[in-house]
Ligand binder design. Structure first.
Ligand code: BEZ
Length: 286
């Protein structure tokens, strides 16, 4: 992933951590290698969303939350022009090194502005990281041409609930109470999200909410790797011993739901939305 992260940083220290015990207090950075080696499903699944996007030769497209740029590259082959943006400098650097003739920029999904507007904004597996979702909707609206389109997929209501509920329990059990209550993601229902889009002036023409159990790459450490890649912020000021213990405990405790025929699955639930920026004519305001 990717992602235009909207991260919360903690300023407290955990009361149980004794002096000299090592704690995790580094600022989270995206790790392009772990992402590409073990979590390539993020952009592999995204290829299906490109079919829905159906890029046209005369379209200027923004890939919002482009990560390492794999989908931006595919869109580039079909559209007139594509620009990829992501909040992570590490991911943008990785994208630039892979795809030298595509424009990539570090930018925040909740607050971005281009001089030239886009015909379409595409976003795969990003917007659940943007807790300022109103800012993201406003930025998308302001950067589209009249009748421009958004084609989005991200985590919907109930996404990764099995894993994250257990992670919260395992943290709370060790008295990491603030960490256990961290609100890291935005997983709306389609009713909530469509209402937000409509209130800003979009017309929602397609909305879906579906289960997509997602196979994780490593048969031994699938859930632990997923937490390392995406849930590291829960471990701010958690001792390194506890981090390993908690990851193992979560993996063990979710076995009955997430281990199927020897393979680990994350309980993903996606929403997909297509919406059009309404043209401000009298007819449309009726
Ligand atoms: C997702 O793609 O649904 C997702 C990825 C990382 C963290 C949370 C959700």
């Amino acid at each position: 992933m990717k992602k235009l992260l909207n991260k919360t940083h903690f300023s407290y220290t955990h009361s149980l951590a004794s002096i000299g015990e090592k704690m995790n207090n580094t600022t989270t950075k995206w790790n392009p290698k772990l992402y590409n080696d073990k979590h390539s499903f993020v952009y592999n699944y995204g290829e299906d969303l490109i079919n829905l996007l159906d890029p046209k030769r005369d379209e200027r497209i923004l890939d919002l939350g482009c990560g390492s740029g794999q989908l931006t590259f595919k869109i580039n082959e079909l559209a007139k022009e594509v620009i990829g943006i992501d909040k992570s400098p590490e991911m943008i650097q990785d994208a630039k090194s892979k795809y030298k003739n595509i424009e990539f920029q570090v930018a925040d999904a909740s607050n971005f502005m281009f001089n030239e507007k886009f015909d379409v904004i595409f976003s795969n597996a990003t917007l659940h990281w943007v807790t300022d979702y109103k800012g993201a909707i406003e930025s998308m609206f302001n950067n589209l041409n009249p009748n421009g389109k958004i084609v989005l997929e991200f985590g919907g209501k109930g996404n990764v609930q099995t894993i994250v509920n257990q992670l919260r329990n395992s943290l709370a059990k060790r008295e990491y109470l603030e960490q256990s209550e961290l609100k890291l993601w935005y997983f709306p229902s389609i009713a909530e999200y469509s209402t937000e889009l409509e209130s800003k002036g979009f017309r929602v023409i397609m909305a879906q909410h579906f289960d997509r159990p997602t196979e994780l790459a490593d048969e031994n450490s699938g859930i632990k790797d997923w937490i390392s890649m995406f849930g590291n912020d829960f471990f701010k000021n958690v001792t390194t011993n506890h981090i390993e213990e908690i990851k193992s405990e979560v993996q063990e405790m979710v076995k009955s739901e997430c281990l199927i025929d020897g393979k680990w699955f994350a309980d993903y639930k996606r929403i997909r939305v297509i919406a059009i920026k309404k043209n401000k004519t009298l007819a449309n305001n009726v």
